[in-house]
Ligand binder design. Structure first.
Ligand code: SAM
Length: 482
């Protein structure tokens, strides 16, 4: 039997079933242990230091106790601390991105995904480089600067060379003042050699959702195709790191398995990356199963309520304070609003989940991967964020300045984020306001900029940022960053 070892590179040891079951048992036994819960909450709180703030984070065991706790006042306290942590490290900034679907050809048999090989009703489509250019122009015209490319797994139709060529095309398009400055990649688990190629092509974050960490369920949910190999899939982030990619994004598809099991496991995965490679995950995504072409989410009996979902996000924020949390347009405006206050730091906006969807006048449904709940335009999402006290950020500076992996984490911990990320967010927001925003969004945005500039502590940085903002407003100069 495999033994728990967070440093091991064997999936059965770092995501150890016995350890998870013991954790869940411990959490259940202590869910009303107020003394322990208070101790855990105190550990999670941001602590002031001479240079700023630090957070200790929580172990999978501690975080699981909080997730199991059903005492209303304690849950409220979790939400409060989650918001404090988010504000301490990410401020009121919310990073914006959009998915770009390249191809829905797929040889896997995933039971929850409409791209599965046996689906004969969904039209199969793979974008040509010319079509990609047009999609990128449409995305740039909305104001996007950061994309997550998505593709089914198909070694013949979507080999790594195709993905690399698409990345090159995406980075090469400059329409008017537009540019895509960071391409995150969400493709199937692959080899160290291929991860090296993705790194050389300028990958931002390598994103791969685990779907479920429960091995037995995983094998049933992925009955055929290369994705059936649980260990190969679960060890993908280790290979990505060996290939030189130090920004990796984890995720669970909530609804497939017991949420408490998945939560303990994803935190263990984060602990493993830290223990084995010295750097935790850059992001954690929290998708829930949605209706799609031949997929009925009711078929999965582990769906979670919006309240539990909120608790999962808050507990994630407490456990991994320096990791970005991503919420996509799978969720409605109402759900996204509730999650923004408990630690989410990235959202997608104006998304289309069909292959070639951005160049169509009407939202196409034929090749969609799942139904999009939040169907607002990017301008509407930006406006809504600002009306709710957030700063939409189109910043991509860290990765371009080499601040990835542990260097990004040190920036977070050093208290320099207000002198670095905040001006970058304000300058990229100005680009959006000048080049793409509606009159209403412009009006709200310009007012906010003035107040937010004052929050930059370093006077020199503040003066330079203010000057660049004026440059953006009065010329075609773009892409200033610290
Ligand atoms: N094909 C890639 C792989 O093998 O990991 C990833 C790309 S896929 C386009 C991105 C993610 O969408 C999947 O990892 C899965 O979690 C999610 N997804 C699939 N079907 C879904 C559904 N019905 N509802 C919500 N999300 C879904």
């Amino acid at each position: 039997m495999a033994h728990y070892n967070p440093k091991s590179l064997n999936a059965d040891e770092f995501i150890n079933n016995e350890e998870i079951l013991e954790t869940l048992d411990y959490a259940e036994k202590n869910k009303n242990n107020v003394e322990l819960i208070d101790e855990i909450l105190n550990k999670a709180r941001p602590q002031k230091t001479a240079t700023g703030c630090v957070c200790k984070g929580l172990t999978h065991k501690e975080a699981s106790v909080l997730l199991a706790c059903e005492i209303p006042e304690k849950i409220e306290e979790m939400y409060k601390i989650a918001e404090e942590i988010k504000l301490a490290f990410y401020g009121n900034r919310i990073v914006i991105f959009a998915p770009l679907y390249l191809s829905n050809y797929c040889v896997n048999g995933c039971l929850y995904c409409p791209y599965h090989m046996k689906n004969k009703t969904i039209p199969r489509k793979k974008l040509t480089q010319e079509e990609i250019k047009n999609e990128v122009i449409a995305l740039q015209d909305m104001g996007h600067k950061r994309l997550a490319i998505e593709s089914g797994e198909d070694p013949v139709n979507n080999p790594i060379e195709y993905i690399l060529e698409c990345m090159k095309t995406i980075y090469s398009v400059n329409h008017k003042n537009g540019a895509i400055r960071r391409v995150n990649v969400n493709i199937a688990a692959t080899s160290v050699e291929n991860y090296r190629k993705l790194k050389a092509a300028g990958i931002g974050t390598y994103v791969l959702f685990q779907e479920t960490y429960h091995k037995e369920s995983y094998l049933k949910l992925h009955p055929t195709g290369p994705k059936h190999d649980y260990n190969y899939h679960t060890e993908a982030m280790d290979r990505a790191m060996q290939g030189g990619i130090d920004d990796v994004g984890l995720g669970v598809l909530f609804g497939l398995q017991m949420y408490k099991y998945e939560f303990a496991a994803v935190i263990m995965h984060a602990e493993h990356l830290e223990a084995a490679h010295g750097v935790g995950p850059h992001t954690i995504s929290v998708p829930r199963v949605k209706k799609a072409d031949d997929i009925d989410p009711q078929a999965f009996d582990n769906s979670i309520s919006d309240e539990i979902f909120r608790k999962i996000v808050a507990c994630t924020r407490l456990a991994v304070p320096y990791t970005g949390i991503i919420i996509s347009t799978r969720e409605s405006e109402a759900v996204r609003s509730k999650l923004l206050s408990v630690g989410v730091s990235q959202v997608s906006g104006g998304s289309r989940t069909s292959v070639g969807g951005y160049t169509e006048a009407e939202r196409p449904h034929d090749t969609e991967q799942f139904d999009v709940s939040d169907q607002r335009s990017l301008d509407e999402v930006v406006c809504w964020l600002m009306e709710n006290g957030h700063i939409p950020s189109f910043c991509t500076a860290c990765y371009r300045e080499g601040r990835t992996g542990d260097r990004f984490m040190s920036l977070c911990k050093s208290g320099q984020i207000l002198n670095c990320c905040h001006p970058n967010a304000l300058m990229t927001l100005t680009e959006f306001l000048v080049d793409y925003a509606s009159p209403k969004t412009k009006e709200i945005g310009y007012k906010i900029l003035e107040a937010e500039l004052k929050k930059i502590p370093d006077e020199t940085v503040r003066t330079i940022a203010a000057k660049h903002i004026e440059d953006i407003k009065n010329s075609n100069r773009r892409d200033f960053h610290f």
